[in-house]
Design a protein around this ligand. Structure first.
Ligand code: GLP
Length: 255
């Protein structure tokens, strides 16, 4: 595991975007796993500044709410369209999001894993982390080998995401999420973490026991993980966490 610690959230975007741009330059039709939430937004913004042709890139979103009307601005299909597909010039036909409006969401979830496999698997999976250690919508208790499936959101996650909706009751109660086992099959995991409110859970995920109580702890079992954290989020990491830790000064990342 390599860990980059940078001064600010915007610098996490610069570093992670540099990694992604290099991947796409060497493999123009790379398969990217696309995360939503606030943490990856600086990554997409910084990647848009790179002169790298993204038209052949394929993308799979991590998760989607179940039951939002098609076109709802906070559906992950819309967030990915706005923040990733349009911003980066991806071909919309090459970007998939789990179908949260499907008549049979369980079948849609199974189809999604099959589609990832048909694409040859994910080259780089971008990830954020929730305050309870969730990755995608794999809440505590998720099996470490779980597949893409329908899940019930915890109240804590619904409260965290209420900021995107007119009222907290509008946050859906269910979702389709890539499973932890699905995520672990990606060839490279790129975890982006910002803010002091994530310091405790990041330390637990990277240094604590590997357990479904903290779903992100499964990353410790992956052969190729890159963590990009700002100083606030990295504050509780013990020295020596990860095989390589690089502290990047402000000037090196344009802050
Ligand atoms: C959301 C998403 C996750 C995301 C997490 C943290 O609910 N489903 O993929 O990583 O919460 O989001 P943020 O980066 O906004 O804290």
């Amino acid at each position: 595991m390599e860990i980059f610690v940078v001064p600010t959230a915007s610098a996490t975007g610069s570093v992670a975007a540099g990694i992604l741009a290099a991947v796409v330059r060497s493999k123009p039709d790379a398969v990217l796993g696309l995360a939503t939430g606030g943490s990856p937004l600086p990554v997409y913004r910084a990647l848009a500044e790179h002169s790298v042709e993204m038209g052949a890139v394929r993308g799979f979103a991590l998760d989607e709410y179940v039951g939002l009307p098609a076109g709802h601005p906070e559906s992950y299909a819309e967030v990915v369209r706005r923040e990733v597909t349009v911003r980066l010039g991806l071909d919309p036909a090459k970007v998939a999001v789990p179908d949260g409006g499907a008549p049979d969401p369980r079948q849609a979830a199974a189809n999604y894993d099959a589609a990832i496999a048909r694409a040859g698997g994910i080259d780089v999976q971008i990830l954020g982390i929730g305050h309870n250690g969730h990755i995608a919508f794999n809440e505590p208790g998720s099996a470490l080998d779980s597949r893409t499936r329908v899940e019930v959101l915890t109240e804590r996650t619904r409260q965290a995401n209420a900021r995107y909706f007119a009222s907290p009751e509008d946050v859906p109660t269910q979702c389709i999420t890539q499973g932890l086992g699905t995520i672990m099959e990606a060839r490279h995991l790129l975890l982006v973490v910002n803010g002091a409110d994530k310091a405790e859970i990041l330390a637990a995920a990277l240094q604590g026991p590997v357990s479904s109580d903290c779903p992100a702890s499964v990353l410790q079992r992956h052969a190729h993980v890159t963590v990009v954290a700002d100083e606030a989020a990295a504050a509780k990491l013990a020295p020596g966490t990860g095989e390589v830790t690089v502290r990047v000064a402000g000037a090196a990342v344009g802050v």
